[in-house]
Design a protein around this ligand. Structure first.
Ligand SMILES: [Zn+2]
Length: 430
């Protein structure tokens, strides 16, 4: 015997429908935990007996459909296309292995054993610990058989930004840190290659998979991958592009400002020199300077991401600093360095400036038919991998979800990305 407890609003709806002699259709929508109800009132001239009988039959029908809905709700499981279950399982396992930059070793171990279980030949490349940690980190290169040199490379990153958010499946949505950036890409790339192999559409020597560490913090993994000494005709990079093919992304550079003043009692400002008062006008000038723009990428934008200065309200600040990230829409970082130096000189503030490298806008190939195109504002590992290869950027999910506390995508996104990657790989191998 199954005891059914209906959610109160639906029970109420049922009572009202029955009282009104109305017809209520409730449908459990495929994989959403949602009941849709439509009520149509029956004609007024109704024979009472007929009406009662109808109401009785309807109630029986409704109870049966609600029983189905309630049971499905109880299970809290999305209805999944059976062919995607291995995809969802891989995606889930990747998310469940927390891999905030510096802590990629566990997810790498998992991925290595997964790829070996699917008969890939797996090589690891030691990248070394991240910033003062002593945890080992490695890139993973996987290919079929003995043919290390392949025509196409399929690649993404296995690290994520902090903090960790655990895996959650809610209806057809999958939530969790890395669900979008970039474990959605990693899982769908692997399944795409598995499916092409199983269908005999690719073979040994066609495709290698490369999963790197450190993309979110400077790209030390991909930079190290250059030491593999390999070349490819085409590289397909995985990042969230909303299933569109990116035709380019903005460049990036970092700028640090430091002001050095003289500490003293805040009641006697003439005896000290406030580092904060030096830094603020300098930052204000940078906020108002004109930076290059382009048709394709729009404006170059500047973000003062972090400011630090002084020790207490009643002490003249001796030190102040700011960290800035600039997303470049046109030209190389050296052009913007000059604009910044000129701007600071014009404002007459003595602050130390240091530039942390970077790159201008990155051209990406987008010649594959059948894809919508997109330009993105974020950085990727694409400029970190040297070589004269074609480069594609594609993946499931939106960058607007990535790095957020609501990072998620849909099962449909993942399934569509497998198809997308298969198309890209086959196109690259033509
Ligand atoms: Zn990413």
């Amino acid at each position: 015997m199954v005891l059914i407890i209906l959610p109160s609003e639906y029970s109420l709806g049922l009572c009202r429908a029955i009282a009104k002699g109305g017809v209520t259709n409730s449908r459990y929508q495929k994989d959403k935990l949602q009941l849709s109800s439509t009520t149509t009132t029956t004609p007024k001239k109704l024979n009472l007996l007929d009406g009662e009988m109808k109401i009785y039959l309807l109630s029986t029908f409704l109870l049966a459909s609600w029983a189905h809905a309630a049971l499905s709700i109880g299970a809290q499981e999305p209805i999944i296309n059976p062919t995607s279950s291995s995809l969802l399982e891989l995606h889930k396992s990747l998310i469940e292995h927390e891999s905030i930059t510096g802590n990629e070793h566990n997810v790498a171990k998992y991925l290595i054993s997964y790829l070996k279980s699917k008969n890939f030949t797996v090589e690891t490349q030691d990248v070394g610990p991240f910033e003062g940690s002593n945890k080992p980190r490695e890139n993973i290169l996987a290919y079929v058989g003995k043919q290390r040199k392949t025509r196409t490379l399929v690649s993404s990153h296995i690290d994520t930004v902090p903090p960790y958010w655990e895996y959650k499946s809610i209806g057809d949505e999958i939530w969790g840190r890395g669900s979008v950036d970039a474990k959605g890409s990693v899982a769908t790339q692997i399944i795409a290659v598995e499916q092409l192999l199983a269908a005999g559409k690719i073979a040994e020597g066609d495709v290698a998979l490369l999963f790197v560490v450190g993309e979110e913090r400077g790209g030390d993994g991909m930079k190290k991958a250059n030491d593999l000494g390999m070349e490819w005709e085409a590289c397909i990079f995985g990042e969230p592009t909303e299933l569109k093919l990116a035709s380019g992304h903005k460049g990036i550079m970092s700028v640090d400002l430091k002001a050095k003043g003289k500490a003293g009692h805040s009641g006697y400002p003439e005896l000290g020199r406030s580092a904060n008062s030096m830094l603020i006008p300098a930052l204000n000038a940078l906020l108002n300077m004109e930076l290059p723009w382009s048709e394709k990428y729009g404006n170059t934008t500047l973000n003062i991401g972090r400011i630090e200065g002084g020790v207490a309200p009643n002490v003249i600040a001796e030190e102040a600093s700011a960290n800035i990230a600039i997303r470049i829409a046109d030209g190389e970082p050296v052009v913007i360095e000059k604009i910044i130096l000129d701007t600071l000189e014009a404002v007459g503030q003595k602050v130390d400036v240091s530039f942390g490298g970077g790159y201008g806008p990155v051209y990406i190939d987008s010649d594959v038919p059948g894809f919508e195109k997109i330009v993105v504002n974020y950085g990727t590992d694409i400029p970190n991998l040297k070589g004269d290869h074609k480069r594609y950027l594609y993946g499931p999910g939106s960058i607007l979800m990535a790095h957020s506390d609501h990072e998620h995508l849909t099962v449909h996104d993942l399934e569509a990305a497998v198809k997308g990657y298969k198309t890209l790989i086959e196109y690259a191998l033509k």
